[in-house]
Design a binder for this molecule. Structure first.
Ligand code: ADP
Length: 241
């Protein structure tokens, strides 16, 4: 019987920044696996290394020491070009501030990652429609970001993250700019996506978000100080609600 590989494995991962001759150890000796189909929260106070860890899991940066494997491949052994194209195809990013392009309407924003995958315009728009439908925003396809509420913009950003059918959705404080009710709706959307099999990692300092994830990784001063599995407080059902 062949063992199932973790989607992502981190082994003794360290990241040291050097600024003005001073070394800052942002992540020290962190090891854990992310399995396909998981939804997990990475928690920790400001400065604990969450963004640094997210950048490495998202293939934006490499560890100073230790190894990260994506589906069994050591990401440090890839050329920068290979790593970029792997990132474009495998990781869907969601940010606190949505990061939508103001001059493009919703469907164009959602379709954008497919430009980097070399997919033609007609197919891009077809897939963007599908992705908008998944997040309940198809009726907003031709609206521009300024015409949309924060929660709607975040749904568009999630549709954009999903369009490449990524192995992993990586969300950095995805509810940080939203009121609590809208934030809860976005979390319900993530939970519903996870029920369809989507692997999701959320970086957050909000304990309320973490209670909705089955697993919580805790960082403090760059070290992993907790890796707990819990029964999540499930939000209401439905992907597009
Ligand atoms: P968090 O996301 O939890 O707030 P970060 O990963 O941003 O934590 O930062 C972890 C530590 O690394 C902090 O001490 C921070 O000042 C430091 N750090 C982050 N990025 C850099 C950088 N580019 N150069 C130097 N130090 C950095």
């Amino acid at each position: 019987m062949t063992a199932v590989l973790p989607l992502i494995s981190l082994r003794s991962v360290c990241k040291t920044y050097r600024a003005d001759g001073v070394a800052v150890v942002a992540v020290r000796n962190v090891s854990f696996d992310i399995n396909q189909g998981e939804i997990l929260a990475v928690m920790g106070p400001s400065g604990s290394g969450k963004s640094t860890l997210m950048n490495m899991i998202g293939l934006l940066d490499l560890p100073s020491e230790g190894a990260i494997h994506l589906e069994g491949a050591n990401v440090a052994s890839l050329s920068e070009d290979r790593r970029s194209s792997l990132r474009a195809r495998s990781i869907g990013f969601v940010f606190q501030s949505y990061n939508l392009l103001a001059r493009h309407n919703a469907i164009e924003n959602v379709a954008l990652p497919l430009v980097y995958c070399g997919i033609g315009r007609k197919e891009r728009l077809r897939r963007a429609e599908q992705s908008l439908e998944v997040v309940g925003m198809l009726r907003r396809a031709t609206h521009f970001p300024r015409q949309l509420s924060g929660g709607e913009q975040q749904r568009i950003a999630i549709a954009r993250a999903l369009i490449t059918s990524p192995l992993l959705v990586l969300a950095d404080e995805p509810t940080g700019a939203l009121d609590s009710r809208t934030g809860a709706e976005i979390l319900a959307l993530f939970a519903a996506l996870n029920r369809t099999g989507q692997t999701i990692v959320m970086i957050t300092h909000d304990p309320g978000i973490a209670t909705q994830c089955r697993r919580i990784i805790r960082l403090h001063d760059g070290e992993l100080v907790g890796d707990e599995t819990q029964v999540p407080v499930l939000p209401k059902r439905g992907v597009a609600s």
